[in-house]
Design a protein around this ligand. Structure first.
Ligand code: DC
Length: 233
């Protein structure tokens, strides 16, 4: 398809608002590439944990920055799943990066400007021919400020914590609802107040509060918006 006929869809918003679910649905319907940028920050966090560079009482930021060139993050499409899985130095880490251990440190990792710079460059490279749906926190504000369609997703913290809790329990993780709620609230705070690329709703983003929307309702709504943008090209 001619790249002129393709758009970039930027999906930003609070954690556990279902950004990736919506992004995957859109990518499938439009035959676009889906990129989960949170997975990239999680991959760096996983690396830092693996190499003992971060824990509850220390963070060796300098060493991690020095080692950034050793961190290769790639996405490989898995036809069985219908989306691309994330690889760290050729190891599939899709499962590992979803664990609470990684969630608890990822916001801290995402505050480091050198890390953001590396990942943003890679994200722009992936999206240079358009035809991508990218979800994250700074896609519409920093990565692709000219994205044709920007969605800002939000929902009440309790609704989001309940969804994430059920997801983790179904995966066999031993967590409490209160622990998950605390993590959701904590991440909102860190993501929105950090100095570099804080989570903001840009003026041209369309806010989608899905506290009371079904997955199908929100998908229909955004797909319609995307098709309109494509038709307007
Ligand atoms: O979407 P997620 O919960 O997997 O993201 C994990 C963390 O990474 C989240 O706390 C914020 C951070 N992040 C970011 O700062 N910028 C992005 N583009 C994507 C995620």
């Amino acid at each position: 398809m001619n790249s002129k006929k393709k758009i970039i869809i930027a999906i930003d918003g609070h954690s556990s608002t279902g950004k990736s679910t919506l992004a995957k649905q859109l990518a499938k319907a439009l035959d676009y590439v889906y990129i989960d940028t949170g997975a990239m920050y999680r991959a760096v966090t996983y690396y830092a944990l693996l190499h003992n560079l971060i824990s509850n009482d220390h963070f060796d930021k300098k060493r991690l920055i020095k080692e950034l060139d050793n961190i290769q993050i790639n996405f490989k499409y898995n036809p069985d799943l219908g989306y691309a899985e994330v690889f760290l130095n050729d190891q599939n880490i899709e499962k590992e990066i979803r664990q609470m251990r990684v969630s608890n440190f990822v916001s801290q990792i995402a505050t480091v400007p050198e890390i953001r710079k590396k990942l943003v460059l890679q994200q722009r490279q992936i999206g240079k021919n358009k035809g991508v749906v990218m979800d994250g926190r700074d896609i519409g504000s920093v990565v692709f400020p000219d994205a044709e369609l920007k969605i800002f997703m939000t929902a009440a913290p309790e609704v989001r914590a309940r969804r994430r809790y059920e997801e983790l329990i179904n995966k066999g993780e031993k967590v409490s609802y209160d622990e998950v709620l605390q993590n959701v609230v904590q991440r909102d705070q860190t993501d929105s107040t950090r100095a570099t690329s804080p989570l903001i709703k840009t003026k041209d983003a369309i806010e989608l509060d899905n506290s009371n929307l079904t997955l199908n309702e929100q998908f229909d709504k955004v797909l319609k918006l995307a098709k309109q943008k494509i038709a307007d090209l």
